[in-house]
Design a binder for this molecule. Structure first.
Ligand code: G1P
Length: 300
């Protein structure tokens, strides 16, 4: 495929197969992607971001113990009958809406071989099309009035017709928790869009070339699949997507977009708690009571 005739992006992969060990015991029988932020599961936020960005076809990579995900996005006739009888039709719409706005497919990752391996499982479904990846345990919260996170990335993809990854600045001491990227803006681009030279998964602080960390949203050309196939086991003995991206960056142009959006890694307890409080403070139906509660707590 030539660079000029690459089509627009309508498909996405959401990896949601990780064991969630950082969140035990809650994740022993419940996927971390189903943890609620007030009353909505994390994964529903992720899928809404994808749909609001123009994605219509979503492949979720699940694994053992993740059946609750399929049930959540399925119709539930008993619940719908119950809600209708109780006169709560608005709740029916909320439950149904997301499943009506996109098609959701599932595939299971049988062994925990890493993020690169999870993405590879989408090869047949994605075919020869560009596609997005949204990590299922990461909520992206753009500033008020800004486009959804993935939409910002797709706009950059449509301009460059090349793979793009979202990044954000992190404290130097944190670089070994992330994939770190290195590159330079090209002539005519702002400082937020960087042409990538090198990517390293979880480097030691002394070995990290920058503080730009991969933020859990990606848009790929289909050539990423061949790069994953050529990627051996990396950090943690897993097939790392970042290592495959490093190969891709040496083969075709690839960019990183440093955005202003806030990012919550739900697999981390403190981040989860912060996300819950931030969203509860913002929602019209919970905001006043939460604000009052926190004010009393801090005063007292
Ligand atoms: C994964 C990626 C890493 C990225 C991070 C963002 O790591 O491998 O490059 O920076 O997600 O959350 P994980 O959090 O699965 O260790």
């Amino acid at each position: 495929m030539t660079v000029s005739n690459r089509q627009s992006v309508t498909k996405a992969i959401i990896p949601a197969a990780g064991m969630g060990t950082r969140f035990l015991p809650a994740t022993k029988s419940m996927p971390k992607e189903m943890l609620p932020i007030v009353d909505k599961p994390v994964l529903q936020f992720v899928i809404e971001e994808a749909v609001e960005s123009g994605i219509t076809d979503i492949l979720i990579v699940t694994g053992r113990g993740k059946r609750a995900i399929e049930n959540h996005f399925d119709f539930n006739p008993e619940l719908e009958t119950f809600l209708r009888q109780a006169g709560k039709d608005d709740l029916i719409d909320q439950v149904r809406d997301i499943g009506d706005r996109c098609q959701i497919f599932y595939i299971r990752q049988k062994e925990q071989l890493g993020l690169g391996d999870a993405i590879r499982l989408g090869r047949q479904h994605m075919g020869d099309e560009p596609f997005a990846v949204l990590l299922g345990d990461t909520i992206i919260d753009p500033p008020a009035g800004a486009a959804p996170g993935l939409r910002q990335l797709l706009d950059a993809y449509e301009r460059k017709r090349s793979s793009v990854v979202a990044v954000h600045h992190v404290p130097k001491a944190w670089v070994s928790r992330y994939g770190i990227v290195d590159g330079q803006p090209e002539d005519g681009d702002g400082p937020e869009l960087v042409r990538l030279r090198r990517l390293i998964e979880k480097p030691k602080p002394a070995e990290a070339p920058t503080d730009l960390a991969i933020a859990g949203r990606y848009v790929f050309t289909p050539e990423i699949f061949d790069c994953i196939d050529r990627t051996g086991r990396g950090v943690g003995g897993e097939i790392q997507l970042t290592d495959a991206m490093n190969l891709l960056a040496h083969q075709q142009p690839m960019y990183a977009l440093a955005w202003q959006a806030k990012r919550y890694d739900i697999g981390d307890r403190v981040e989860y708690a912060k996300c819950f409080v931030d969203f509860a403070l913002r929602r019209p139906d919970t905001s006043a009571a939460m604000r009052e509660h926190l004010r009393r707590l801090l005063e007292g």
